[in-house]
Design a protein around this ligand. Structure first.
Ligand SMILES: [Zn+2]
Length: 446
């Protein structure tokens, strides 16, 4: 089969940075061979200068929150006041306008080196709650948007059935609910996986899915070996309400209904008891940290170190898209911990990159992505080492430079499945991503 050779000036190969690496990529978009010690580019090779890492996985996204950027930075408040503003944007979206917005947002992600997104999708129905002619019109709009932007998507179709413990959905939540978990499962079962697309499940939170319906969602994911994500203990108010309603923490409630396990990821896992941490780690349930959102919404700093030590793999997400920059998410996890403990070095740059690549992909059901090795999907991202932020690295410490100083603006090349998605800092198929974002957001305001 015809091969394309990429010559990488520096490549991060899981634990260390290697100079001069040749990647052979098949026309099917997989890495056929990795050769180290290749000092000069072989004839005909595509030359990628800088540091090449596996493609980044954005394990937690709500694409439409991108429309809120900036507008929610005025005034004071909490997560709960922010949520009211978020709901007003949710009311305006249609399948067409959501497609346009998500296409631009996913193109922004591609420019940031993100090759896979986990879209935690709960905006299912028309305003007022009636189904679209295709009940999955909104989910299909997101899938089409990811395809146009050139990135992989795991559509984490989300069950969102109640406003709180024992409370029916409120007016602005009618678009989210299918009525029951059974009806949710029926709708989601009509979504089909295809090239670049995985279908997973999500439980919005223990607030939004009644306890007696949690196992229906868990079973759907179990039957398909699909990823299952859940917002977990982002807010202390959720913990208090769950204790009052069920006499146990949200984590315990999920454990009691068969939700935890190695294909499950708790998103945030911020306010956890020691017992919660043991349940998450002991069941190999993952933890998706979203540090830029957690700090933006004044959520608190989750116990990521303790969770990982207990056995929970870590992934990273840009969630509300206050910024879209997985390198920032990665370093923020370490830097938050430094501020809290007044000590340094909780994670190495390699460990942070692993959360942003291999472990993030695993959380999204892409076990064969996120590494530069033979047989893996040919998804990779090249970070320049000669910008004003990154110039002058010690070559063997290029990963430290990338994680602790580079930004999304330093991503120059992105390849997904062997196809160039970003070349020399420009998106290949979305010519002006800034304009696409501006147009899509302006359409929601008019
Ligand atoms: Zn979220």
């Amino acid at each position: 089969m015809p091969l394309t050779t990429y010559w990488l000036e520096h490549a991060w190969l899981d634990t260390n940075v290697e100079p001069g690496v040749a990647l052979e990529v098949s026309s099917e978009g997989r890495i056929e061979a990795v050769r180290t010690g290749v000092e000069t580019p072989p004839p005909g090779a595509v030359v990628l200068r800088g540091l090449t890492i596996p493609g980044l996985a954005n394990a937690h996204s709500h694409a439409f929150h991108r429309a809120l950027r900036g507008t929610v930075q005025v005034g004071s408040g909490t997560f709960w006041t922010w949520r009211e503003v978020m709901y007003t944007v949710a009311q305006r979206l249609t399948p067409d306008s959501y497609f346009a917005l998500a296409r631009a947002v996913y193109a922004e992600m591609a420019l940031a080196g993100i090759t896979s997104v986990g879209e935690f999708h709960y905006l299912h129905h028309a305003p007022g709650g009636s189904a679209y002619a295709d009940p999955n019109a909104m989910g299909e709009a997101l899938i089409a948007a990811a395809a146009e932007a050139g990135i992989r998507i795991t559509l984490l179709d989300t069950a969102y059935l109640s406003a709180g413990f024992g409370a029916a959905p409120e007016q602005h939540q009618l678009r989210f609910t299918d009525g029951t978990a059974e009806k949710w499962a029926e709708r989601v079962s009509a979504l089909k996986e295809r090239d670049g697309v995985r279908i997973g499940a999500a439980i919005h939170s223990v607030r939004a899915v009644p306890a007696d319906q949690l196992s229906t969602v868990a079973r759907w994911a179990q039957d398909r070996q699909a990823p299952l994500h859940v917002h977990l203990s982002e807010q202390t108010a959720e913990n208090e309400a769950c204790l009052a309603a069920h006499g146990r923490t949200p984590t315990q409630l999920l454990a009691d209904h068969g939700v935890l396990g190695a294909r499950t990821t708790g998103v945030h896992n911020t306010h956890m008891t020691e017992g919660d941490i043991a349940l998450i780690g002991g069941s190999s349930t993952g933890t998706c940290m979203c540090p830029t959102t957690e700090r933006d919404l004044a959520d608190g700093i989750g116990p990521a170190v303790a969770l990982q030590r207990a056995g929970s793999p870590l992934s990273l997400g840009s969630d509300s898209h206050a910024v879209i920059d997985l390198l920032e998410e990665a370093r923020a996890m370490e830097l938050n911990e430094r501020l809290r403990t007044r000590t340094r070095g909780h994670w190495t740059a390699a460990a942070l990159l692993r959360a942003a690549t291999a472990d993030g992909h695993a959380a999204l059901g892409w076990a064969d992505a996120g590494t530069l090795e033979q047989g893996a999907l040919a998804d990779f991202t090249t970070i320049t080492l000669d910008s004003v932020r990154t110039a002058g690295p010690v070559p063997r410490l290029a990963a430290e430079t990338a994680v602790f100083a580079a930004t999304a603006a330093d991503v120059h090349h992105v390849v997904v499945g062997g196809r160039a998605v970003v070349r020399d800092g420009a998106h290949v198929s979305v010519p002006d991503v800034g304009q696409a974002l501006a147009d899509a957001i302006a359409a929601l305001r008019s």
